[in-house]
Design a protein around this ligand. Structure first.
Ligand code: GAP
Length: 565
């Protein structure tokens, strides 16, 4: 069993996702809409299973009576579901209106727009030639030739572009005189932009000065709405939880510590969406705001950081591709005692690089205090304070509502501190897909060795859990197979039925979409009421009484699972 070379792996995964209905390009028949993706029938099941695994672990199966392993004490977890559009003041107070920006640059020649830190380039010495006349445009100079590409191929992309700019042939690549290593455009001062060749440009000096671009999508509310009625599609689900903190506490008899959880769509007008679904403009988040006593918050931070890391490994992401990266103390806000990212080694990144799946942040009382008092910023004494205008008024007013909590046990009133584990459902789904992809060689029905693709999803995540086949389409086998198929579906187990093609081909079809078990009805079934159960990973086949099938599959689905070594 092997994983293909990294450079081909992503291509193979994208192709499989389209071929088998996991992920489609959005509006593909119209040429696609950049930064938006659709899930096909199997992708919908997979992503729903990812969401359910999160919701079940966080809420449905959470036991508030006992402290789970590693937790400082028992705690409660509840779910809420809030609107995508919220009062515009929410985003002013939270800081998103003023600060949720990326730096971007525009190309005056091609009208391309790029996120500054997504453009990579390299200083090189040479002469740019006119691609039509073949004549040198200017005397030899120093150019920062740029491109946007996955890290694994960025040097190749820049080399190809430089050869074209200098009118050289591919075989002349060794003549290029590189002056410095690869660097992000974000590291190049604007005073040097005269030498920068934009990603799609054919001459230097066409990029504008970097400027801020707010990532929130704007929309207008009401039929007669004007800019004054502008609202935003939420860029995170978290604010829906903060503004409902009081409602939840007043309505559900929960006590601190409590986690309030939400799964929902978020929208960010990313300047350069890229890397498949990794950076999309519409995506889904799975967020927890865990409210606790300030003194306990460091211990809760550690608990959530470790617990959320374990969630990914228990669902089959190998430690080889996953890491927990603690932010350095100088990266932290002064009110925070820790932030960590859970990161996955996606195949579209270079080997040393990891992409963020989830951030776990200790946020102190920043969010509740902002919604009480107004937008906060760090004052001259390094402490948080309400940001004021020149005439001494709050720049953005908070709600003025009291969001403090009265703790019956300690008879104290305080503003809870918050630990925020914030995950992306689409990124998690993509990581589970990348991790599951395997190839091996197995003989087909004619004994010829073929490449077999196996998606080794954790059975809880697999879009389909069981495929039921009659060995042949006669002798009462289809009728018996349909009976078993219906019994599994009635028990709520995602099951498919297939009687088309040779049995080996049917197994391959299921391996390719990660179905953990195939049940085959044969002559023996009709004689002794047993079926064979084939395991996707071990390829082991065992016979099972038909009457035990539903219970056995349900048992296997509950059991811990690890990918075969
Ligand atoms: N409330 C905190 C927050 O939103 P974030 O790090 O900006 O934090 C949390 O986002 C998670 O949401 C990320 O770790 C990632 O999984 C997901 N996410 C963020 N931007 C995304 C995008 N453009 N496309 C897909 N997922 C994204």
């Amino acid at each position: 069993m092997s994983v293909p070379d990294r450079s081909q792996l992503m291509e193979k995964i994208v192709s499989l996702c389209k071929r088998r209905g996991l992920i489609f390009q959005n509006s593909e028949i119209y040429g696609g809409q950049n930064g938006f993706w659709d899930y096909g029938p199997l992708g919908t099941e997979l992503k729903r299973n990812v969401r359910n695994a999160w919701y079940d672990d966080m809420i449905t199966r959470h036991d508030p009576l006992d402290a789970p392993a590693g937790a400082p004490r028992p705690f409660q977890m509840v779910g809420i579901e809030t609107s995508i559009i919220m009062h515009p003041q929410v985003w002013k107070v939270s800081g998103h209106h003023d600060l949720f920006c990326d730096k971007m640059v525009d190309c005056k020649d091609t009208h391309g727009r790029y996120r500054l830190d997504h453009v990579t380039g390299r200083w090189v010495s040479g002469k740019i030639v006119n691609s039509t006349t073949g004549q040198a445009e200017e005397s030899a100079g120093r150019y920062f030739v740029t491109a946007i590409a996955d890290d694994t191929v960025i040097q190749e992309a820049i080399t190809a572009k430089t050869l074209k700019l200098f009118g050289l042939k591919n075989k002349e690549a060794d003549k290029l005189e590189w002056l410095a290593p690869l660097a992000s455009l974000a590291t190049i001062p604007y005073s040097e932009y005269a030498g920068v060749v934009a990603p799609e440009a054919s001459r230097a000096g066409t990029l504008t000065e970097p400027r801020d671009f707010n990532l929130m999508f704007k929309t207008i509310i009401g039929a007669l709405g004007t800019q004054d009625d502008a609202a935003f599609l939420r860029p995170e689900t978290a604010q829906g939880i903060f503004v409902n903190f009081k409602n939840v506490m007043d309505s559900s008899r929960v006590k601190l510590p409590v986690g309030v959880c939400q799964i929902g769509k978020s929208f960010r007008n990313e300047i350069t969406p890229r890397n498949y679904t990794f950076r999309s403009r519409e995506f889904e988040q799975m967020e927890i705001e865990f409210f606790c006593q300030p003194e306990d918050s460091p211990r809760w931070y550690t608990y959530w950081r470790d617990r959320r890391f374990a969630w990914y490994t228990e669902l089959g992401i190998g430690p080889k591709h996953l890491r927990l990266r603690d932010h350095a103390s100088d990266e932290l806000s002064h009110y925070s005692c820790g932030t960590a990212d859970i990161e996955y080694q996606f195949p579209f990144l270079s080997e040393e690089e990891y992409g963020e799946l989830e951030g776990i942040a200790h946020r102190g009382d920043f969010d509740l205090r902002s919604h009480m008092e107004g937008k906060l910023h760090t004052g001259p004494d390094g402490q948080l304070q309400v940001e004021l205008t020149a005439d001494g008024q709050p720049k953005w007013r908070g709600s003025g509502k009291d969001l403090t909590y009265f703790d019956d046990a300690s008879k104290q009133r305080y503003l809870p501190h918050v630990i925020e584990p914030s995950a992306g459902a689409d990124r998690a789904t993509l990581a589970f897909i990348c991790e599951a992809y395997h190839e091996d060689q197995a003989p087909d029905d004619k004994g010829v060795l073929q490449t077999r693709i196996v998606m080794r999803f954790h059975p809880r995540l697999a879009p389909i859990k069981v495929a039921v086949f009659p060995l042949v389409k006669k002798d009462g086998q289809p009728e018996k197979a349909r009976e078993i198929y219906r019994a599994l579906r009635d028990a709520g187990i995602a099951t498919t039925y297939d009687e088309q093609a040779a049995i080996g081909k049917r197994y391959r079809r299921q391996d390719e979409i990660g179905t953990p078990w195939c049940l085959t009805v044969d002559n023996e079934t009709l004689a002794n009421n047993t079926v064979t159960v084939r395991d996707r990973d071990s390829l082991e086949q065992v016979r099972l009484p038909v009457d035990d099938v539903v219970n056995e599959i349900a048992r296997r689905l509950r059991a811990p699972w690890a990918p075969p070594a």
